[in-house]
Design a protein around this ligand. Structure first.
Ligand code: NAP
Ligand code: MG
Length: 464
């Protein structure tokens, strides 16, 4: 695992302005695997200047050439896929097969989709006597979390570059090695100096300096709702574009006609993936009262397959482990019934949490309202469809969800009434071109596909 003792700014690895560093820890064995510089406002300023200097040239580069550079970047990611997976496993702790398939595989697919979109997208449109030009917004400040370290970076950088924007990235302090590897890939792909810049550092220092910088035209943030609100307020005060990809508390609605075993099994798998550290995870399972006991029994059996340390990795750090265990204790305190797992630490070393299933969860409980971000599923009971819908829509979030029914049309009719940005029907698979983003407090703006690209464009209308 290579750690750079430098920032990637203006096409060069440059020493940081300050001397502070961040220790990168492997959450599976708690060993320090490297150090990266903790950037300051000075580093952010240098990076924003580099991005500003590169902007006019990159914006004027024909879309087909930008597309070719993004395709080259995708090719480097493909060539370095094993290294990406190993790095994510080392700093996030996710099991190697999941790192290969998802942490490395999905960003490759997304980078590929933007290579194609950049080449085919119409950056000009006719509306009556007007020609509408779709122009890049400018310098983007991207702030990303640790849960899908490369995906979150690529889901911002690829569309920004396709649009003709330049970028300064501040990745999560827990997963900076993946971000450094990405910067190496950018360099290897021959993307011009200053188009992409990396400043590693702490959120309240480097992250805040980036969000507040006058030279940044658009802030794209993924992470907690608390920080998202702050960034939204800062951007609002400066009349700056902002995209916020925040938390979720998504519902997995199993209608009575559904294949119960399949729906419950898929629901458990969905939450256990990435140790439950997925903003769109279906953490609330909604089951009809007549099928409730059967569903709970199926869930308890299904979760037993998720062995700790093998199929379920650790949480990213000790703080998240403590936070998730705190939620499990809170669930017990508020009267929910543990049918699998619990707050006890399952392994002596590593930040593991036992895969946990709660039954008898009511909609007002903390574990049914707040984002836990760990391998914890709550099973709730409904009497009829109207109540199922009230429960599904009854949180401040609206990021994702699932509906299961014997008849696809029945599931779709229910999905239409859900206040949420994405719904998987009977286990519909991930589509890297579909817009991803939240209703309500799950966020502002969309990522992926053409919708994700348009976030980085502004319109200019010419009348003839
Ligand atoms: P977070 O603090 O919101 O982290 C997200 C990113 O924002 C990181 O790069 C972080 O830097 C940075 N940041 C933190 N404070 C900032 C500030 N004042 N100004 C600018 N940037 C700032 O999230 P977290 O503490 O890692 O996780 C806490 C909870 O957030 C989780 O339990 C989960 O509920 C939620 N979460 C959601 C998502 C999602 O995909 N929606 C992802 C991660 C976490 P540092 O790395 O230095 O903190
Ligand atoms: Mg944080």
């Amino acid at each position: 695992m290579k750690a750079h003792d430098a920032m990637y700014i203006g096409g060069q690895w440059r020493p940081a302005a300050g001397r502070d560093t961040i220790a990168v820890v492997n959450p599976a064995d708690e060993q320090v695997i490297g150090h990266v510089p903790a950037g300051t406002a000075e580093d952010v300023d240098a990076a924003v200047r580099a991005a500003r200097d590169a902007f006019a040239g990159w914006a004027a580069t024909p879309p087909a050439e930008r597309a070719a550079k993004i395709a080259a970047l995708r090719d480097v990611l493909v060539a370095r896929k094993d290294e990406i997976a190993e790095t994510v496993t080392a700093e996030l702790g996710s099991p190697p097969p999941f790192s290969q398939m998802v942490h490395a595989g999905v960003p490759i697919a997304v980078a590929g989709s933007y290579a194609e979109l950049a080449a085919t997208y119409s950056f000009e449109a006719k509306v009556g006597n007007s020609t509408v030009l779709l122009e890049p917004v400018g310098v983007v400040g991207a702030i990303t979390p640790w849960n899908y370290p490369l995906h979150q970076i690529v889901a911002k950088v690829a569309p920004a570059l396709a649009a003709g924007c330049t970028v300064v990235l501040k990745p999560a302090e827990d997963t900076p090695l993946t971000a450094q590897l990405f910067a190496e890939a950018v360099e290897e792909a021959g993307i011009p100096a200053g188009v992409f810049n990396l400043v590693t550092g702490l959120g309240p220092v480097a992250g805040q300096a980036l969000a507040e910088h006058e030279g940044v035209d658009l802030v794209s943030f993924t992470g907690s709702t608390a920080v998202g609100k702050q960034i939204g307020a800062t951007a609002g005060a400066a009349v700056k574009r902002v995209a916020l990809e925040l938390g979720g508390k998504s519902a997995n609605v199993i209608l009575p006609s559904a294949d119960l075993a399949k729906a419950v099994g898929a629901g458990i798998a969905n939450v256990m993936a990435n140790s439950g550290q997925t903003c769109s995870a279906w953490t609330r399972m909604l089951v009809h009262e007549d099928q409730y006991d059967e569903a709970v029994a199926i869930a308890a059996t299904a979760v037993a397959k998720y062995s700790v340390g093998d199929r379920v990795g650790p949480l990213v750090n000790a703080k998240q482990q403590a936070r998730v265990r705190g939620y499990i204790e809170k669930g017990i305190e508020e009267g929910a019934r543990v049918v699998a797992g619990g707050p006890e630490v399952p392994l002596d070393t590593g930040y593991y949490v036992a895969p946990t299933v709660f039954a008898d969860v009511t909609p007002d409980m903390t574990i049914a309202q707040e984002e836990i971000f760990g391998p914890v599923v709550s099973i709730l009971k409904y009497a009829d469809e109207a109540q199922a819908l009230r429960i599904a829509n009854g949180t401040v979030y609206g990021l994702a969800g699932a509906v299961w029914a014997a008849d696809e049309a029945e599931a779709v009719a229910f999905a239409r009434r859900m206040d949420t940005g994405q719904v998987d029907i009977n286990g519909g698979r991930f589509n890297p071109l579909a817009p991803f983003g939240g209703y309500k407090q799950s966020g502002v703006g969309r990522e992926l596909g053409a919708h994700g690209l348009s976030e980085y464009l502004q319109t200019k209308s010419l009348q003839f």
